[in-house]
Design a protein around this ligand. Structure first.
Ligand SMILES: Nc1ncnc2c1ncn2[C@@H]1O[C@H](COP(=O)(O)OP(=O)(O)OP(=O)(O)O)[C@@H](O)[C@H]1O
Ligand SMILES: C[C@@](O)(CCO)CC(=O)[O-]
Ligand SMILES: [Mg+2]
Length: 424
């Protein structure tokens, strides 16, 4: 029997090359971020017949009588299995959850609650979770292209795999280096992909893979049930990346659906665009295998960023605010900019040209962004994947909900602040 309270955590990601083309089986390059989501499972209420959700980042607080959930749809055997990459969502469970959630009218809250319940009922029995409170806090911006949905999905999947007895406690500390994926990580990743399917119909799996395994990868989705290829990129060259959030809201589900429409209606040109994106990601991979980039390679990488962004624009996934981020960094000749994640708003990355970007120019750029209401981030790439923290004495759901900002969340429960975190 697992003892509560405990926390799970998973990082967000930045896609450097290959968003959208990743859905169409093309290779993409992404790295874990130091910004993370934290999920606390605790017994903060006396009522053992109820399940409580606290998701303050999206202003959502909810509860269900545990007996109202459709536990009967799964037996012990189906809870223990690892879903294959092409497994579709269970239609009976989808129907049951749709009726249960019919009163929630915010799409953001609906999709979070739907993912939560889908994974919970798929992985746990009623007795495992009755009376528990689940609280989510994230240092990632919600729905901004940095993989917030996948990091939440990995937090849910790992917590429910653990509560359901499908995986053991992890043992790796932050500094331990591993070369082989653990079986437990593969199990969590497979279920987190099902969670991403709850969030949008056709995920490539790159976001949940990075949130589960951490580090930096070249990722390629395969056809049918063949597992995706994940090639770890251990010695990523130091990249001076500026991350800018336009704060323009968008949803990955809608953007992926729009691209799918273009791919269906214009198969030939869109096919060529996707092939070009593949060529870009492959060349970038070769360049990024070198531990240090010489000037010529760095310039080539910047050109590839520019080309990749242009192709994403042609697929219709940019936004005037993303173009503003690019225009202003182009005007000041800071480096090359592309949107990251699903686009349509959210974040852009700028690969900074260290020779051209003087501190004064960077200051001017940040000032322009601030005036437009954009937020810039400093974050490190390639951090740890999914983790667990047990023996918590000081944090309760109420305290976690009350934390005001990223720094407070990191200080209270963060992977960077607490060496007691272990990783699967
Ligand atoms: N802190 C959070 N608390 C609760 N739910 C969250 C949180 N962060 C994200 N979510 C869920 O994930 C959804 C956002 O997912 P979406 O895929 O649209 O954006 P993203 O994952 O940030 O970007 P991308 O998929 O482009 O990387 C939200 O609508 C919400 O349902
Ligand atoms: C747009 C997309 O390529 C990345 C979203 O972070 C979708 C996916 O790969 O699942
Ligand atoms: Mg997402």
């Amino acid at each position: 029997m697992v003892s509560v309270p405990f926390l799970t955590s998973a990082p967000g990601k930045v896609i450097i090359f290959g968003e959208h083309s990743a859905v169409y089986h093309k290779p993409a390059i992404a790295a874990a971020l130091s910004l993370r989501t934290y999920l606390l499972a605790s017994r903060d209420n006396d009522d053992t017949n109820t399940l409580f959700l606290e998701f303050p980042d999206i202003q959502f607080s909810y509860k269900w009588a545990t007996s109202d959930l459709p536990w009967q749809l799964f037996g012990e055997h189906s809870r223990k299995r690892q879903p294959s990459a092409d497994e579709e969502l269970n239609p009976e469970l989808v129907d049951a959850l749709n009726s249960l959630l019919s009163k929630i009218d915010s799409p953001i809250q609906y999709s979070a609650a739907f993912m939560f319940l889908y994974l919970l009922v798929s992985l746990c029995e009623e007795k495992d979770v009755a009376g528990l409170t689940f609280t989510v806090r994230s240092t990632l911006p919600v729905g901004a292209g940095l993989g917030s949905s996948a990091s939440v999905s990995v937090c849910f999947a790992s917590a429910f795999c653990y509560l359901g007895g499908h995986i053991q406690e992890p043992t790796l500390k932050a500094d331990d280096v591993t070369v082989k994926d653990s079986e437990q990580c593969l199990f969590i990743d497979a279920w987190a992909l099902m969670g991403e399917k709850c969030s949008h119909g056709n995920p490539s799996g790159i976001d949940n893979a990075v949130a589960t395994h951490g580090g930096a990868v070249m990722f390629q989705r395969m056809e049918s049930s063949v597992p995706s290829i994940r090639t770890s990129m251990r010695n990523l060259p130091p990249l001076n990346l500026l991350l800018t959030n336009t704060k323009t809201p968008r949803s990955t589900a809608a953007l992926v659906a729009n691209v799918s429409k273009i791919v269906t209606e214009f198969p030939k040109p869109s096919g060529l665009i996707l092939e070009t994106m593949e060529a870009i990601a492959r060349e970038a991979y070769t360049l990024m295998l070198r531990p240090f980039l010489d000037k010529q390679s760095k310039n080539r990488l910047m050109e590839l960023i520019r080309l990749n962004h242009g192709l994403l624009v042609s697929l219709g996934v940019s936004h005037p605010n993303l173009e503003r981020v690019k225009l202003w960094s182009d005007e000041l000749q800071i480096g090359q900019t592309k949107l990251t994640g699903a686009g349509g708003g959210g974040c852009a990355i700028t690969l900074i040209d260290d020779d051209a970007a003087t501190p004064e120019k960077l200051r001017q750029l940040e000032e322009k962004y601030n005036q437009a209401g954009f937020e810039t981030f400093k974050t490190t790439l390639g951090g740890k994947g999914v983790g667990l923290l047990t023996e918590i004495t000081t944090i309760t759901s109420e305290k976690l909900c009350r934390l005001h900002n990223r720094n407070e969340i990191e200080a209270a429960v963060g992977c960077s602040a607490l060496p007691q975190w272990r990783y699967w």
